[in-house]
Ligand binder design. Structure first.
Ligand code: AP5
Length: 593
């Protein structure tokens, strides 16, 4: 038998809400004058911040703000905007466990709908009596009950002042829309991602301490003492059958909910030690706080450094989204310039952060000389943009193209690079004569490194059949020391020679060296298996942000657009991409990596 206290478990702020009214105190009309609690929905976090900022600027001279309380005006000193966080994930993905840690560190008000409902059940309120049968069956409690309960809780003073951490809500598209209508939006939407088989095991092994409300697991997190062990209880919905039903319901709803929060969504691998997961969440939240403070202090709408999640790169005012019609080549000047700018900004951020071994990989058709030799011209234009920009900052930039490799009959260079050095020399390097002063042209090797060079840009370094560039490259980077070396579209994998024995010696070391260059920019189009048409989506990584996965969508008007599906800390595998494009069978992507 379960003790009645079970209902109040697993929350830091559980209080039954007997006076829940179906109408939230935050009607859309009243919300417009509220600044600190209700942030306006916007298409990007920058817009969101700008709204915040505008509300601050409105009272800018006095640094005073009107509290969101509907009755009368309460004036208080401006403090930094509190965090508003939503955490989501399948049953037992670890939401409650992470919430404990988040609350400890950030002091947010934890609002768990599961806990609120269990508290209602335990207190025998009308809501509790209605909710009980749904919960015990592993089904969702009707939206109107939960929504009224959540909005009432969110409007309480502690949540308004300290910020909130909403756990387990919204759980359906209708719930998400209810919040949208009330203009209640989080700063960040975290999803904990855990494989199904692990979830079931976690639920079955979960135990709760009715006294401290701490969450345990018989294997993963056993109780500290025998005394605690003796009082642990099992949740009535933690049977395998009910967990499966809850999981199914979660899956049916999750995509629709995520679509509401795509721009502020961050997916976190929840199948790791809880401390590791928390570390990642913590860094996102700290960054979010830092950005907010910076924004409020500087009054600047452009965020300089957001290193963690989708909105980090997509919400920047000057980021225009992924250009469309990328299969139409040659690309327009506008598209080419889009990529030059995107690469330049990422590279500048990496260099400003002190990174020294960098690579840019941009394989849009027009920048991919593997497809057609003439495209090296576009690559050179990109190199010129980079070099001139760093030269403008007073840096001495050496632009390098590998020369002929090998000896005698085996001497030669990759076809794509033939003539590139000449092209570089004849290119227009601007009226003020950067070439020869701030920009020099060189080859690849230790002797190319001069004392006055500040940085090196190497155009498409690559192995050729029978010859390997890596030794020269390594000698060059050794000589360059801690000066930045940027590889543009390198191809450093071994190529098989006609004899089949080429480059087998020292392969591991070569690959390890090649792997020591960090991507500061990556862009790749995704296609359905075995085709180059239509474009299915794109992967983009722009330092220091996460790798972003986009899906291309055809609009009824005939236009196309890209929507962000997910983000990853590392470049995702094909399986991960397939998973993100939910509803499609595995294996429909071509072998792009
Ligand atoms: P709710 O209480 O929200 O349940 P849930 O979403 O199914 O989530 P859980 O509480 O089961 O899991 P959790 O993700 O918090 O995991 P935990 O940290 O405990 O909702 C219950 C019910 O209320 C619903 O079914 C529904 O009926 C109703 N309801 C709630 N919200 C509603 C809404 N909005 N609309 C309608 N109805 C609603 O961890 C699980 C276990 O794993 C623990 O034992 C823990 O120790 C262990 N663990 C955690 N992290 C790790 C880790 N990193 N490694 C190993 N083990 C770990």
């Amino acid at each position: 038998m379960l003790p009645t206290t079970l209902s109040s478990l697993h929350s830091t702020n559980v209080t039954p809400t007997p006076s829940v009214s179906p109408l939230s105190p935050f009607s859309p009309s009243s919300s417009s004058s509220s600044s600190s609690f209700l942030s306006l929905p916007s298409s990007s976090s920058t817009q969101r911040r700008r709204r915040r900022l505008n509300s601050l600027c409105f009272f800018g001279d006095t640094h005073l703000r009107i509290s969101p309380k509907p009755k009368g005006l309460k004036v208080k000193c401006l403090v930094s905007e509190p965090l508003k966080v939503m955490i989501s994930g399948a049953p037992a993905s670890g939401k409650g466990t992470q919430c404990e840690l988040i609350v400890q560190k950030f002091g947010l008000v934890h609002i768990s709908t599961g806990d609120l409902l269990r508290a209602e059940v335990s207190s025998g309120t009308e809501i509790g009596n209605k909710a009980k049968e749904f919960m015990n069956a592993g089904r969702l409690v009707p939206d109107e009950i939960v929504t009224a309960m959540v909005t009432a809780r969110l409007s309480r003073e502690d949540a308004v002042e300290r910020g909130w951490l909403l756990d387990g809500y919204p759980r359906s598209f209708a719930q998400a829309q209810s919040l949208e209508k009330l203009k209640i939006r989080p700063d960040i939407y975290i999803i904990l991602d855990v494989p199904d088989e692990i979830l079931i095991n976690r639920c079955i092994g979960r135990r709760l301490d009715p006294v401290t409300r701490k969450i345990y697991h018989i294997k993963n997190f056993p109780p500290e003492t025998e005394e605690i062990k003796a009082r642990l209880v099992i949740r009535p919905d933690d049977t395998e059958e009910k967990v499966k039903s809850r999981l199914e319901i979660y899956k049916q709803n999750s995509e629709a909910i995520s679509s509401t929060y795509l721009k502020i969504m961050t997916k976190i691998d929840g199948n790791r030690p809880k401390e590791e997961i928390f570390k990642e969440i913590e860094s996102f939240l700290l960054q979010e706080q830092k950005d907010t403070e910076k924004m409020e202090k500087s009054g600047n709408t452009l965020l300089e450094s957001k290193s963690h999640k989708i909105q980090a790169s997509t919400s920047k005012d000057n980021w225009r989204g992924i250009p469309t019609r990328l299969n139409n080549i040659p690309h327009s000047r506008e598209i080419r310039e889009y990529f030059y700018k995107d690469v330049l900004e990422a590279t500048q951020r990496a260099i400003n952060d002190g990174r020294t071994r960098l690579k840019v990989e941009s394989n849009i058709p027009e920048l991919n000389p593997e497809m057609d030799v003439y495209r090296i011209g576009t690559l050179m234009e990109l190199v010129r943009v980079l070099a001139l920009s760093f030269a403008d900052d007073g840096k001495q930039v050496k632009v390098c193209v590998q020369g002929s490799m090998g000896e005698g009959a085996l001497a030669g260079m990759p076809l794509q690079l033939a003539g590139t050095r000449k092209i570089l020399e004849y290119m227009d390097w601007g009226d003020y004569g950067a070439l020869g002063t701030f920009i020099k042209i060189g080859s690849v090797g230790a002797k190319e490194v001069d004392e006055q060079d500040d940085m090196f840009i190497i155009v498409a370094p690559q192995n050729a059949v029978g010859n390997c560039i890596i030794d020269d490259l390594k000698a060059m980077t050794d000589a360059a020391g801690n000066r930045p070396v940027i590889l543009i579209n390198p191809r450093l994998k071994d190529l098989p020679g006609s004899s089949g024995i080429m480059q087998t010696m020292g392969r591991d070391k070569r690959l390890e060296y090649a792997g020591s260059f960090q991507n500061c920019y990556f862009f790749r189009l995704l296609y359905y298996a075995g085709t180059q048409y239509p474009i299915m989506g794109a992967l983009r990584m722009s330092y220091p942000y996460r790798c972003e996965l986009y899906k291309r969508i055809d609009e009824p008007s005939g236009k196309e657009k890209y929507v962000i599906l997910s983000t990853f800390t590392e470049r995702p595998t094909i399986d991960e991409i397939n998973d993100a494009f939910q509803g499609k069978p595995r294996g429909f992507l071509s072998g792009i990596f």
